[in-house]
Write a protein of this length. Structure first.
Lengths: 158, 287
């Protein structure tokens, strides 16, 4: 089997990798590039644990083939903090204990950032609908929603 | 498995025609990748059509919107004028899946996945959308209701691709609406879906109507008798009652884990009536 050579931008850096045609972007991130922040939950686009942005558009990495990102730009959870400085969403998730086991957290953070980039002042309803594709089985939704709303406020105040 | 990204329709058709039955078209991938992962399919070739310009554009020409088959739900929702002309089509598409799914899922994919419960496809059938299809024998136009013929089965021939969906020119006093029943408000599949599209004359009477029903048969139904119940009326209570009865009568649903046959028969009539009321309000409203 010939592996495909793919060039893409990941978290702002030019990246080249080889992948099988069957490999998803999630497989590539985790197994080829060792970017294991994006989690594999359902592998069917239902849980959002593998949320990343592709050309600024929020997607499930499990529903994208690795080969499809040729020439495109991907942002993952690994690109969220700037060095040791947490993103306001990450800071508020910590303060609100908006996580228990943590498996859903990277997906929630990436999805919430995509929301705040399109809608800096969301209502609670906006947040809940936007994040409907991110499942937390520890049932931490209230804390997550509050953390997102406070982070939105922090970002607007900057 | 091979992965190809043709940049022209001709190239895509040639690849698919040569490959035979073991080839799949990839648009948004939200159904295809799930089927691949679950080994429901094992294609020799995947043809990603997203590098082909025609399938990625929304064009307004001659009073008609032509929507590329690989335009995502998110792109559809962000279009500045489409929602005003066709709110039912846009809202139906936006009901599909999550924000993440909306970033990828396409109109062409929803139609060609051929689920009888496909939300956007029901709204397209009500709208009178026509699929532009290319294949080894050239180009043909296929009404949206004739694309899906059974669960997962389309009328497309080997090597054929849906390029775009064209919504007809919109007369003044027109409106469409799509409603579905799901136990949850988000992230669910329709137990029943109903799309209604009406055009009124100057006197406010229904000049044209189309009614489409989803998840109540092996394919999406264009309910002609239900539409006939509206034409010539002012969509008064009696007409809506006849719509409801004829819509239910058009259904041939099954019992399954999502709902019983009896429930679907009843809900189809209720949703058709409610969708017709919304379509009527939109048709009367300022355009």
């Amino acid at each position: 089997m010939t592996r495909l050579h793919v060039s893409a931008t990941i978290n702002g850096d030019p990246v080249e990798f080889l992948c099988e045609p069957e490999q998803t972007l999630l497989d590539v991130l985790r197994d080829e590039l060792q970017l294991t922040g994006s989690k594999e939950g359902c592998s069917s686009g239902d849980c959002g644990a593998c949320s990343v942005t592709l050309d600024k558009r929020l997607v499930c990495a499990c529903l994208v083939l690795g080969a499809e990102v040729e020439g495109h730009s991907v942002e993952t959870i690994e690109g969220m903090a700037k060095g040791n400085k947490l993103h306001p969403l990450q800071q508020r998730f910590l303060e609100h204990a908006a996580l228990q086991c943590g498996v859903c957290t990277p997906g929630f953070l990436v999805a919430a950032r995509a929301l705040l980039e399109t809608n800096p002042d969301p209502t609670e309803r906006d947040v809940r609908y936007w994040l409907a594709g991110n499942l937390c089985r520890c049932t931490g939704y209230d804390k997550i929603v509050r953390a997102v709303l406070e982070a939105a406020s922090d970002i607007r105040a900057r | 498995m091979r992965y190809e990204v043709p940049e022209s329709l001709e190239e895509a058709v040639a690849l698919l025609s040569r490959a035979g039955s073991g080839a799949c078209v990839l648009a948004g991938g939200t159904d295809l990748l799930v089927q691949l992962r679950s080994e429901a399919i094992a294609p020799d070739l995947i043809v990603d059509i997203k590098a082909i310009a025609e399938v990625r554009q929304i064009v307004f020409t001659g009073g008609c919107f032509r929507i590329g088959a690989a335009v995502s739900g998110a792109e559809l929702g962000e279009h500045p004028t489409l929602r005003k002309a066709w709110p039912g089509v846009v809202e139906a598409t936006e009901l599909i899946g999550s924000t993440q799914i909306q970033g990828r899922a396409t109109l062409g994919g929803n139609l060609c996945n051929a689920s009888p419960a496909a939300d956007s496809a029901v709204a397209l059938v009500a709208a009178g959308a026509v699929a532009s299809v290319v294949g080894p024998d050239g180009h043909r136009e296929v009404p949206a209701e004739d694309v899906g013929v059974g669960p997962g089965q389309t009328s497309l021939e080997k090597g054929e691709i849906v390029v775009s969906l064209t919504l007809p020119a919109r007369p003044r006093y027109s409106g469409d609406a799509y409603l579905r029943f799901t136990p949850r408000t988000e992230m669910d599949i329709a137990v029943v879906g109903a799309g209604v599209n009406v055009t009124l004359d100057e006197a406010g009477r229904c000049a044209e109507a189309r009614v489409a029903l989803g998840a109540v048969a092996e394919r999406i139904l264009l309910a002609r008798e239900a539409a006939d119940a509206l034409v010539g009326t002012s969509l008064d209570a009696a007409a809506l009652e006849r719509l409801s009865a004829t819509a239910s009568a058009a259904c041939r649903p099954i019992d399954d884990k999502r709902g019983t046959r009896a429930f679907r028969l009843s809900v189809a009539g209720v949703l058709a009536r409610r969708a017709a009321k919304t379509a009527l309000e939109r048709a009367r409203g300022p355009r």
